[in-house]
Design a protein around this ligand. Structure first.
Ligand code: GLN
Length: 396
């Protein structure tokens, strides 16, 4: 094996694996989180115009001025954070690269970084690249969602803690961290002089009755917080891979030190397209949110009716459901077995969340479904699940 040791534990990402399985069996792909519809035309037109006008050479390393200004104005509208486009904003190749640049640019070997589990898989891989130590805090299932236990969070902090990674709205559980939780995390960061790395890519996908707050907006936090986000989720353009970081100047220097050697800069014409959407795309976001509010209920109700244990997500576009009642009937045990069974026997693909835990057995009782799809796609998945899971010889 020629793969470097640091990547040995990670293999192929679960997203690629499950999408490949979905394609092989022509299954409805509710696994990888990407929309099966196109992004808004105003962004595409602007990007095409930029190509035709010759904006085809390297963008400035931190991003085009137009896009950095648009990000500053977007951040101030959404979360009330005022950021200087020149010294505090860096455009990256999606949020995944912003995570890598932040970790590689700010974390030293042997530093400890706290991550909540289930976690987005790249956090751990990036910490491995930085030779840092991941310290895990579990979001345990509760009556209405998932939450950390305050004593477990407090115990995770030590004098080696350099940072904590907070993803809210959260993938895969769909929880939106409460104000009280953010206050508690903020006071621990301040007490231990730790950086907050806030992955807020689902910041606009928050369902009625819930509010997204950035930890950067809390007293004493702006100067120690790196806010990471992207345009992929808010504008259904996951393939454009345009993301960003917002951080105080001293942290931005570190992030850019890594960014300049990871990709140097990001696709120039796409930056024009995204700037247009950040400035003029509110109507598109409103429409998207109405649609996802609908597909969320549609899928959640159907899963519940089929016997999955469903907690209605407050944000993001994922449902993390308990599958015991289903798997017991099918004679299966784990999430992995179920996610291998589903595409073949039901024609629907999902993600096994054990890939998102340091101890995979914690994720084994769950299965993650994405609802960022057209209504007809969700309908098709529901019809297929119903027929595979409720017919007498369900295991075929
Ligand atoms: N964020 C998306 C998900 O969680 C996809 C990530 C990826 O494909 N790397 O499904």
């Amino acid at each position: 094996m020629s793969t470097a040791h640091r990547f040995a534990p990670f293999g192929t990402t679960i997203f690629s694996e499950m999408t490949a399985l979905a394609n092989t069996h022509q299954a409805v792909n509710l696994a990888q989180g990407f929309p099966d519809f196109d992004g808004p035309s105003i962004g595409k037109k602007q990007a095409i115009q930029a190509i035709n006008q010759g904006h085809n050479q390297y963008a400035p390393m931190p991003g085009t001025q137009t896009l950095r200004e648009a990000i500053a104005s977007w951040a101030s509208r959404i979360t009330g954070i005022d950021a200087n486009p020149d010294t505090e904003i860096t455009v990256t190749a999606g949020c995944t690269q912003a995570i890598a640049a932040t970790i590689l640019g700010l974390i030293n070997p042997a530093d400890e970084v706290i991550i909540f589990e289930p976690y987005y898989d790249s956090y751990r891989a990036c910490l491995a690249m930085a030779d840092a130590k991941a310290v895990f805090v579990t979001l345990h299932p509760t009556e209405d969602g998932f939450a950390y236990r305050p004593e477990e969070l407090a115990n995770a902090f030590s004098n080696k803690t350099k940072a904590i990674l907070i993803n809210t709205p959260h993938n895969p559980t769909g929880v939106v961290f409460t104000d009280a939780q953010l206050d508690e995390i903020a006071s621990l960061c301040i007490k231990h002089d730790a950086i907050a790395i806030a992955d807020e890519v689902y910041e606009r996908l928050v369902y009625p009755g819930n509010t997204h707050r950035s930890i950067a907006s809390l007293p004493g936090m702006r100067q120690r917080t790196v806010v990471l986000s992207s345009s992929g989720k808010s504008f259904s353009l996951t393939g454009w891979k345009v993301g960003w970081s917002i951080a105080p100047p001293d942290l931005t220097v570190g992030i850019r030190s890594a960014h300049q050697f990871l990709t140097f800069s990001v696709a120039t014409p796409l930056q024009y397209g995204i700037a247009e959407l950040l400035n003029h795309g509110q109507e598109e976001i409103d429409k998207l949110l109405t649609h996802y509010t609908h597909t969320r209920s549609l899928l959640a109700e159907a899963l519940d009716e089929l016997g999955f244990g469903v907690r209605q997500p407050q944000g993001s576009y994922f449902i993390m459901a308990q599958h015991r009642q289903i798997t017991e009937k099918l004679g299966l045990t784990s999430d992995i077995e179920l996610c291998r069974w589903l595409p073949i026997n039901a024609g629907v693909a999902a993600i096994p969340p054990s890939a998102f835990y340091s101890d995979p057995s914690q994720g084994a009782p769950f299965v993650r479904f994405a609802f960022c799809k057209q209504t007809k796609t969700i309908d098709k998945a529901i019809t297929r699940l119903r027929s595979a899971l409720t017919e007498p010889n369900a295991s075929k």
